[in-house]
Design a binder for this molecule. Structure first.
Ligand code: GUN
Length: 290
């Protein structure tokens, strides 16, 4: 039996439509939600991500602003820009695109973002809120993964989940969201003994390691839900770049019960959840709930 394919593009499109409808329904006199994105340097992948974020933000009816700094700008300049966006009443979300050039201390920059405008959910206060079960802003990619899991399994209580990868952006927050949904959660990583055996315990397997094709059929419990967060660029023989995930899709689709493809799985959800976080931040700042 082949797995059900979880269509992240369709799920993201539905979420974007819901957000756009909510913004459309705001009174004409109301301020629109605003997202400010900071891009430092010329990283080609980051330029594509930032452009896509701007397009999606405007399509949803929000105000999008993009702020560029040269790769050799100082940390003080970047911090001053963040401070001005924190103080700007028209800005509800501040996102500093990562990675940053080597001379910048990422932790200092993330700590400078107003936690109530931290639509990435990377500020230590929001990290702590997530671990403490309090209301904050949740990182976009894990938030999107939870929505994709909900497409095929509305109730997760008692399920065994394995998160492959321990990054602060995906792996660690993902474990907290699964735990909050009453899963029994394991984090596995490059030093885990018997990685296939550990992963094979999982009713829900989330892979976020950035190793193309690492997850083979023997990592997967028959019928499991497999969420592939990997976005790996491989050079094809035709000279074109191909996007592949962490999961060997051709093998996994024969064993899993449900699986996200790459592209068209988790990727589109990240931007849709960024818009959702921006709308939440807006509503909280405007005293509209959220
Ligand atoms: N670079 C790659 N993914 C992300 C993300 O989710 N947020 C930010 N700020 N930078 C990224």
């Amino acid at each position: 039996m082949t797995a059900r394919i979880i269509d992240g593009a369709a799920c993201a499109a539905r979420l974007r439509e819901t957000i756009a409808a909510e913004i459309e329904a705001l009174p004409a006199s109301a301020r629109r939600p605003g997202l400010a994105v900071v891009l430092m340097g010329e990283n080609p992948a980051s330029q594509v991500y930032v452009r896509n974020k701007g397009v999606a933000t405007r399509k949803a009816g929000m105000v999008s602003t993009e702020h560029r700094l040269a790769a050799d700008a100082s940390e003080a300049e970047l911090l001053a820009l963040v401070a001005s966006l924190n103080a700007d009443p028209g800005v509800d979300g501040v996102l500093v695109q990562l990675p940053l050039p080597g001379h910048i201390q990422v932790a200092r920059v993330l700590a400078a973002i107003d936690p109530d405008k931290d639509v990435d959910g990377f500020h230590a206060l929001n990290v702590g809120r997530l671990w403490g079960g309090e209301v904050g802003l949740i990182p976009c990619t894990p938030r999107g993964c939870m929505k994709l899991i909900a497409e095929v399994a509305p109730r997760l209580a008692g399920m065994t989940a394995v998160v492959l990868g321990r990054s602060g952006i995906v792996g660690k927050p993902m474990t907290q969201l699964l735990l909050a949904a009453d899963c029994t959660v394991t984090i596995a990583h490059s030093r885990t003994r018997d990685l296939p055996g550990v992963c094979r315990q999982a009713d829900i397997l989330v892979s976020a390691v950035g190793v193309p094709g690492l997850v083979k059929a023997d990592f997967i419990k028959p019928g499991a839900i497999v969420i592939d967060v990997g976005i790996n660029r491989l050079d094809g023989e035709d000279g074109k770049t191909r996007l592949v995930g962490d999961v060997d899709f051709a093998e996994a689709v024969e064993v899993a019960g449900a699986i996200t493809p790459v592209p068209g799985g988790v990727g589109p959800m990240t931007i849709a959840c960024l818009l959702e976080n921006t709308l939440i931040a807006y509503k909280r700042r405007e005293g509209l709930g959220g």
